[in-house]
Ligand binder design. Structure first.
Ligand code: ADP
Length: 354
């Protein structure tokens, strides 16, 4: 007959799908009853009605049935008490995620490097670049968080293919995950069809909450998708995360790069360092011939003017648009031939230490 120790050992190989840690490390296993070839396990969930119950049940059942003595597995669920949730939060993220004076913690507390992705105007592909760059950094083995701060046109959840409602433990929000990328967006809390009207102070508060009340799990890179232009959000970010570096996305036409130049001047005013420039929608290639639909060289010129590195050009490709619409970024898909555009930029960013 199987014994409790064997069962606990196997439960230690089953992860909570949200927190990505073994159930045993999370103190989620309340009881294990063994009765001949039957075992009953009671799991404590962080919140009632957790949508991942089925996955947890399936994972536990499959794991325990690998024991030859076990024929039947029953998984029951209970819910953690407030005290247990608090203990869990402390165990996972330390005693106090927030400074005692109520100020927003600086980025060093949860991320090695903070990169805010900006553009002069909308529609240049800023969000698409952010999502693909996050995917590329993750593929290179880094722990990445993405904050969708483009609160007027949040599209990160769709491009990264993440859906659902984040769990809240002890007043702290657990980011959703795509592969190993941690993602937070206002889009998880409101209906995409609903227009959002932001008043200044609320916007400021929401962005700060997304930085200080989200349990970002020890990130190497924290990417922030800023709204286009030079509005309030950038100022909030620069105050909350003074060590953020600004990555500027532009299309190649001189007007666009001129507009992007304004972003760079905003960086100066807010004391953010400009990390470099990426040019998107650089050309469209048919049968080996490049058509420079939106002009040529704007990104490089902008980088030279700002005296910052130029990280590269990304062509206009149907596959990029299709993957963005399908929530399937190329760098997470080994079969895709276009990942290299983003991987190359990611490697250059990694090579430039903050
Ligand atoms: P922004 O965040 O700057 O407003 P998006 O990332 O939402 O822009 O991109 C705008 C549109 O252009 C989207 O439909 C996206 O799929 C598409 N897009 C972005 N980059 C490319 C590219 N390199 N090739 C083809 N389509 C692209």
């Amino acid at each position: 007959m199987a014994d409790k120790e064997q069962i606990m050992k196997l439960l230690g190989e089953v992860e909570d799908p949200e927190l990505r840690r073994p159930l045993t490390d999370l103190d989620m296993v309340k009881t294990v009853d063994i009765n001949g070839d039957r075992v009953r396990v009671e799991i404590l969930l962080t919140i009632p009605g957790c949508p991942l119950k089925k996955k947890i049940t399936d994972d536990i059942t499959a794991k325990l049935k690998t024991l030859p003595d076990i024929r039947e597995v029953q998984v029951d669920f209970g819910v953690m008490s407030d005290e247990q949730r608090k203990n869990l939060r402390v165990k996972l993220y330390g005693a106090s995620a927030k400074p005692a004076d109520g100020s927003t913690p600086v980025a060093g507390d949860f991320a090695a490097r903070v990169i805010a992705v900006a553009s002069g105007k909308g529609g240049v592909g800023k969000s698409t670049v952010t999502a693909n760059l996050a995917s590329a950094l993750s593929t290179l083995g880094f722990k990445v968080g993405v904050l969708d701060a483009d609160v007027y046109g949040f599209s990160i959840p769709r491009i990264l293919g993440v859906k659902g409602q984040p769990t809240i433990i002890d007043e702290q929000i657990i980011p959703l995950r795509r592969n190993n990328i941690q993602v937070m967006s206002i889009g998880f809390f409101i209906d995409e069809e609903q227009p959002v009207v932001w008043r200044g102070p609320l916007l400021h508060k929401t962005i700060n909450q997304f930085i200080s009340d989200v349990l970002w799990d020890k990130l190497d890179f924290f990417l922030i998708d800023l709204p286009p232009g030079t509005g309030d959000v950038s100022i909030t970010i620069s105050q909350a995360l003074p060590k953020a570096e600004l990555l500027v996305i532009t299309t190649p036409q001189p007007v666009a790069s001129h507009t992007a130049g304004r972003v760079a001047r905003m960086a100066e005013k807010t004391n953010l360092k400009v990390l470099g420039v990426v040019e998107n929608m650089s050309y469209y290639e048919v049968n080996g011939t490049r058509d420079y639909i939106f002009g040529k060289g704007g990104g490089m010129t902008l980088a030279e003017t700002l005296q910052v590195p130029f990280f590269g050009e990304i062509p206009i490709l149907t596959e990029i648009r299709e993957r963005a619409d399908a929530g399937n970024p190329a760098p997470l898909d080994e079969k895709s031939s276009i990942s290299e555009y983003y991987l190359e930029i990611a490697r250059k960013i990694v090579a430039r230490k903050a």
